[in-house]
Design a protein around this ligand. Structure first.
Ligand SMILES: Cc1ncc(COP(=O)(O)O)c(C=O)c1O
Length: 367
């Protein structure tokens, strides 16, 4: 190490940088990006109009407390706007929670195939990221509870999880909460909650409302189609909200995002269309890809995890190369300890059909 220059805090250089999904396929005219779980229907037209209108006033600072947006979210979900904090994507909020509650020597638990922002946010604070084992690509409450030590300060749980698409029922979330010391903050990341169509699922609103150590994070990047604007929100106990407000950037949400977010959340018909599209094509993809002899992890979100054999010429890497050449961009997930799988976002009908057809050809099946 060169002594004579600034050095980041311990842990920072141990972080493997987050690698976003690919968005290009060299030499291919028409590209279908199915690598970042974006919505194929795009945002509400009202959100686009609201975004454009703010473009006339880029000289103005946004409202630093995003109060109109918090009111809109509160109205849509029946929540107290004072218990909502908005952020530049839920990434921002996950990082703020880590900064507020973790420090050197602390530990945060996530799950083996859990969303990678959790270990990155954790290690950035000097704390240790502890991976709890999963069962069948699904969070395992017993394993999480077994990983708790006196140093544990946060448990991060994506429900449903990215990149597996699996979820745990609300009873299991409650059992997890009950088993945690009250001093541990349980962060329920419900980025894909709007897509879930399961009777035993809850995003966590009730648990936040009735306890003192649970926070739920949400995003406008998925079903609302505003990923480019970076907009997310969290709902938490007043004392957690207070802590996050103290360290967040004073204008951490930009004006166009606030305006578009309000319009998006009010356009319930558009959200319903996006959900219906996803429900239809998620089931179709799971079935059709399964028929090709590939295992697909049952997903409650807007993507599927497809498992490939280790046979030469048939691996996930081989499939990725084959699909990319045809302009079909899926996501490699080796960084999630899933080297034999690819994650595919539910796309337009055209994209979904093209992927199934291309996988057929890749596997040498008759057309
Ligand atoms: C589980 C999960 N949480 C959070 C995020 C981050 O979303 P945002 O765009 O709001 O930062 C993602 C995005 O992929 C995700 O999959």
């Amino acid at each position: 190490m060169t002594a004579n220059r600034p050095h980041p805090r311990p842990g920072v250089l141990d972080i493997a940088p987050y690698v976003p999904g690919k968005s290009t396929a060299p030499g291919v005219a028409k590209v279908f990006k199915l690598s970042s779980n974006e919505t194929p229907l795009g945002p509400s037209p009202n959100a686009i109009a609201a975004y454009r209108a703010v473009g006339e006033h880029l000289e103005d600072y946004p409202d630093g407390s995003a109060s109109a947006l918090r009111e809109a979210i509160g109205g849509a979900y029946g929540l107290d706007p004072d218990r909502i904090v908005c952020g530049a994507g839920s990434d921002d909020l996950l990082n703020l929670l880590a900064r507020a509650y973790l420090g050197d020597g602390d530990e945060a638990i996530y799950t083996t195939h859990g969303f990678l922002v959790y270990p990155i946010a954790t290690m950035g604070t000097g704390a240790k990221a502890v991976a709890a084992g999963e069962r069948e690509f699904t969070a395992d409450v017993n394993a999480i509870l077994a990983a708790v030590t006196p140093r544990t300060k946060i448990v991060f749980l994506a429900n449903p999880n990215n990149p597996t698409g699996t979820y745990i029922p609300f009873d299991e979330v409650k059992r997890l909460h009950k088993g945690l010391p009250q001093t541990v903050l349980l962060v329920l990341d419900a980025a894909y909650a709007e897509y879930v169509q399961r009777n035993d699922y809850e995003s966590g609103i009730e648990l936040v409302a009735t306890t003192d150590n649970v926070v739920m994070t949400r995003t406008f990047s998925k079903i609302y189609g505003l990923a480019a604007l970076r907009l997310g929100w969290m709902y938490g106990p007043a004392h957690v909200v207070d802590a996050v407000h103290r360290i967040r950037g004073p204008f951490n949400v930009n004006g166009p995002a606030i305006a578009a977010g309000i319009a998006a959340i009010c356009d319930t018909a558009h959200v319903e269309r996006s959900r219906a599209h996803n429900t239809r094509w998620l089931a179709w993809l799971t079935e059709e890809i399964g028929k090709l002899g590939l295992n697909v992890t049952p997903s409650a979100a807007n993507f599927v995890l497809i498992h490939f054999p280790e046979t030469k010429g048939r691996t996930a890497r081989d499939a990725d190369e084959f699909l990319t050449k045809r302009g079909l961009i899926l996501r490699q997930v080796a960084a999630y300890k899933l080297p034999n799988a690819l994650r595919m976002s539910v796309g337009t009908e055209e994209a979904n059909r093209l992927v199934v057809q291309a996988l057929k050809e890749f596997l040498g099946k008759p057309a």
